[in-house]
Design a protein around this ligand. Structure first.
Ligand code: NAI
Ligand code: PYR
Length: 303
């Protein structure tokens, strides 16, 4: 099995490390315009393999991605303090188009997972440019936001996040939506769970939603970037694809005429099918608004 990662920066290198620990691949190639950085990260990662599994880890150029089973894209600019993800579009669209051309030339059969922001808009650009089956082109979408939501509910409600089933859908950005009406803890609807809970210092669902939406801004303000949770999210997502687990994730998938975060069953062939969520009227309106933001951004880009 072979993996290639575009971008050996904070997200790319941490993702490589998280994936390496899963012992999934025989070969990992890091491609970065900063060749020295890619070389250094590959060397350091390689030296961790005696504790894991024999894996060839090296830096490379576009032609070295040939024959990859999976390609992850983390290349490009990241948010400065206070910047939105959508503001990265002008800086990152050319990078994604160039990478798409290289994938088309050297490894057109790969499953491609985009992380670079704004992830929904850029995954659409990637898919169009690759001219391939949309099932095999995915963005990480709201997988990270969903993980943030589950972890914050878990802390607040004193329950393992593993027993929390709740999804963030929509844009991976300011217009994202928490599907509270479909959220459960141990099979119990979250609002019913709250009705029979008398916890004094409960944050409340609105505050949890706000913290999830603002998480990236708050982390970037403190440490300049986010990397650990997105790396774990991407590593677990890749593992479930390779093992054909048919798990439900919230990747950025083709939904009507755009790419957006939405629950979907994902397996070895990529997206198997989208799961229609039962949303409240208000959540439905918010989701439509989120779709419109992505649609308008794509319209402006095409113009
Ligand atoms: N979708 C999500 O949930 C998340 C997305 N991100 C996004 O991931 C991206 C990367 O973030 P960081 O790793 O923190 O940035 P970084 O600046 O640490 O790394 C980016 C790397 O991309 C490389 N690069 C730039 N152009 C390239 C090209 N044409 N080919 C190959 N490599 C190229 C740079 O040399 C740099 O090493 C950003 O767009 C960020 O917003 C970050 C966290 C979560
Ligand atoms: C940077 C980013 O997109 C995130 O941490 O959510």
């Amino acid at each position: 099995m072979k993996l290639s990662i575009y971008g050996a920066g904070r997200v790319g290198a941490t993702t490589a490390f998280a994936i390496l620990e899963k012992r999934l691949f025989d070969e990992i190639v890091l491609v970065d315009i900063n060749k020295s950085l890619a070389e250094g990260e590959a060397m350091d990662l390689l030296h961790s393999t005696p504790f894991l599994k024999r894996t060839i880890i090296r830096s490379g150029n576009a032609e070295d991605i040939t024959g990859s089973d999976v390609i992850i894209i983390t290349a490009g600019a990241s948010q400065k303090e206070g910047e939105t993800r959508l503001q990265l579009l002008d800086r990152n669209v050319g990078i994604i188009q160039k990478i798409a051309d290289e994938i088309k030339q050297y490894s057109p059969q790969s499953i491609v997972i985009n992380v670079t922001n704004p992830v929904d808009v850029l995954t659409y650009v990637l898919w169009k440019r690759l001219e391939t089956d949309s099932a095999k082109v995915l963005g990480t979408g709201t997988i990270l936001d969903t993980a943030r939501l589950r972890s914050l509910i878990g802390i607040n409600c004193q329950v393992s996040p593993v027993s929390v089933h709740a999804y963030v859908i929509g844009e991976h950005g300011d217009s994202e939506v928490v599907a509270w009406s479909a959220a459960t803890i141990g099979g119990v609807k979250i609002k019913e769970f709250c009705n029979c809970c008398d916890r004094k210092n409960c944050l409340g669902l609105e505050k949890i939603e706000e913290e999830v939406r603002n998480a990236a801004y708050e982390i970037i303000k403190r440490k300049g970037a986010t990397n650990y949770a997105i790396a774990q999210a991407t590593a677990n997502f890749v593992e479930s694809i390779l093992k054909d687990e048919q798990r439900v994730w919230t990747p950025s998938v083709l939904y009507e005429d755009i790419y957006i975060g939405y629950p979907a069953i994902v397996g070895r062939q990529g997206v198997q099918r989208i799961i229609p969520l039962q949303l409240s009227r208000e959540e439905e309106q918010k989701f439509i608004h989120s779709c419109e933001i992505i649609r308008n951004t794509l319209r402006q880009l095409k113009a």
